[in-house]
Design a protein around this ligand. Structure first.
Ligand code: GLC
Length: 535
């Protein structure tokens, strides 16, 4: 039996940008509650919310100062509990974002820890007399001097996000108890922030040299060193099992790791052959997809090999840290529909970022005025260099408010000024307009989600590639006990015809896409789904 967390579909909500219910320009939990019917109607089965816990918001919630409470601009603890209830009322699941690796430097634990070398929390963070050569994830040393102790603390991300010390059993216990606190309140699982950084080398050895300068998704070595002693330690793989065991106390709960490293490495977070570690991991290399059939064929083959049953891959093309997929696709709606069709029919859990269903694009904004702290680290490097490398440094660009309709502020807020500007393309790109237009991306996503939930082969079947297709056509079969579904996708701007098995058409992207009489004809970037084809 496939567990629910391997069959589900995930919609990521960045609460700050989803819907502002009280007119202060910032999205909030009551706003999310008000828009749950939208997510339900669209057809997602789970929602994941980026953090809304108490936080000074220097990294917009990824710097938590109280894990058991809600930041006032997002609402109250009662709102969070009501949100859980409202999601469940609609038959959906709710996934929270748990930042296990670090707290805010304003967390009372850190304030106490930094005050002296001998307070009760002195060992709750990672303190050293002498820094190692390790680089932080965004680059540059991650060691910061605290004059109170005359020592340095380690921060994997930014200076105000000190890493917790998981070698201290009390820290581990209190963090796992926090997880249990939310599980007991009904939360169905967690997305786990920078889970690959949890443990650091016990002996604090210096990282060895690497010729690499720019880290990538599948090789976090960079800035001329291998990330050997600060990332992906065996203790972190082991901790994934402990985390899973805590979740299992509450039944089938989802745990989705934000990790990076080679496939062989990140696969270790899933545990042994029985998948007794995290239930899922992101495999982020695909965020930099190339839009052609070969790329997606290779991706399917690689992920099928890396995550065979009882494991499950995750398919993700956008999130709050990266370029939106529609920006990568140059705003071409036909391509976005084909990408969605791939994502929602492949064997894996699809994870879509709010606004991806309507093709929202990034809004280019200058580094100097960025609210995101990351670009300030890089403000002396000309932007075109990052653009050439395809890197989004200013994450504000992918976090602009959800475009609900064509009214002012895209229907996101009644405030005069929203926390980030609304993308000016909202009058054309918005949910209200697209839900009216049958040929919209929104409608394609909705139909595909409904189909996926309905057809066992699509949410729980195995996957085999269909061979001997034209070079820019990708085809695969999803097969369950009593059902076989063929998915055929044309990645070319030219129409294509090829021999195929006939079956009942469950879905097609364009009017003219068809399969009959042993011939499949797909228009530019066309696609078709056939049920029970007879070979
Ligand atoms: C993760 C989050 C990102 C955050 C960072 C530090 O990568 O996705 O938004 O800034 O961790 O917590």
């Amino acid at each position: 039996m496939t567990p629910w967390y391997h069959k589900t579909t995930i919609y990521q909500i960045y609460p700050r940008s989803f819907f502002d219910s009280n007119g202060d320009g910032v999205g909030d939990l009551r706003g999310v509650i008000q828009k749950l019917d939208y997510v339900k109607e669209l057809g997602f089965e789970s929602v994941w919310l980026s953090p809304f816990f108490t936080s000074p918001q220097r990294d917009f919630g990824y710097d938590i100062s109280d894990y058991r409470n809600v930041a006032p601009e997002y609402g109250t603890l009662d709102d969070a509990l009501e949100l859980i209830e409202e999601v469940h009322k609609r038959g959906m699941r709710i996934v929270f974002d748990m930042v296990m690796n670090h707290t805010s430097d304003e967390h009372p634990w850190f304030r106490e820890s930094r005050a002296s070398r001998d307070n009760p929390k002195a060992d709750w963070y990672i303190w050293r007399d002498k820094p190692t050569n390790w680089n932080s994830l965004p680059g540059g040393s991650g060691w910061y001097y605290a004059p109170e102790r005359g020592q340095y603390y380690w921060a994997s991300f930014l200076s105000f996000q000190p890493d917790l010390n998981y070698r201290n059993p009390e820290v581990k216990r209190i963090m796992l108890d926090t997880v249990r606190f939310w599980l007991a309140k009904g939360v169905d699982g967690f997305r786990l922030d920078v889970f690959n950084a949890i443990y650091k080398d016990e002996a604090f050895r210096d990282n060895p040299f690497s010729p690499r300068f720019i880290p990538t998704e599948n090789d976090p070595s960079g800035f001329f060193q291998q990330a050997k002693y600060n990332l992906n330690l065996p203790e972190s793989f082991e901790f994934a099992r402990e985390f899973r065991a805590a979740c299992d106390e509450f039944g089938e709960r989802l745990s989705l790791g934000e990790v990076s490293g080679s496939r062989a490495t990140i696969r270790k977070y899933l545990g042994g052959t029985r998948n007794d570690g995290l239930t899922l991991v992101f495999d982020f290399a695909m965020l930099n997809f190339r839009f052609d059939a070969d790329y997606f064929r290779r991706l399917l083959l690689d992920l099928e090999a890396a995550y065979p049953d009882p494991f499950m891959p995750v398919y993700v093309f956008s999130n709050h840290d990266r370029r939106r997929s529609m920006t990568r696709l140059g705003g071409d709606v036909r391509k976005a529909k084909l990408l969605a069709m791939f994502q929602l029919t492949a064997r894996g859990v699809p994870c879509m970022y709010y606004g991806e269903e309507i093709g929202m694009t990034d809004l280019t904004m200058p580094f100097a005025s960025a609210l995101d702290p990351v670009p300030h680290k890089y403000k002396y490097i000309p932007r075109f260099i990052f653009d050439l490398l395809g890197l989004t440094i200013n994450r504000d660009e992918a976090r602009t408010p959800m475009q609900w309709d064509a009214t002012r502020e895209a229907g996101f807020s009644s405030a005069k000024k929203t926390w980030l500007p609304v993308h000016p393309n909202y009058s054309e790109i918005n949910a209200a307009a697209q839900s009216q237009a049958t040929s919209s991306l929104w409608n394609a996503v909705r139909q595909l989600l409904k189909l996926r939930s309905r057809e066992t082969a699509l949410h729980a079947g195995s996957l085999n590639l269909i061979e001997s297709l034209p070079s820019n056509v990708l085809g695969y079969a999803r097969v369950s006990e009593d059902e076989r579904v063929h998915i055929l996708l044309n990645f070319d701007r030219a129409p294509v015809q090829f021999p195929c098995a006939d079956g009942d058409c469950l879905f097609k992207l364009n009017e003219n896409d068809r399969a009959a009489g042993g011939i499949c004809a797909l228009g530019p970037f066309g696609g078709i789904i056939l049920k029970n084809p007879i070979p």
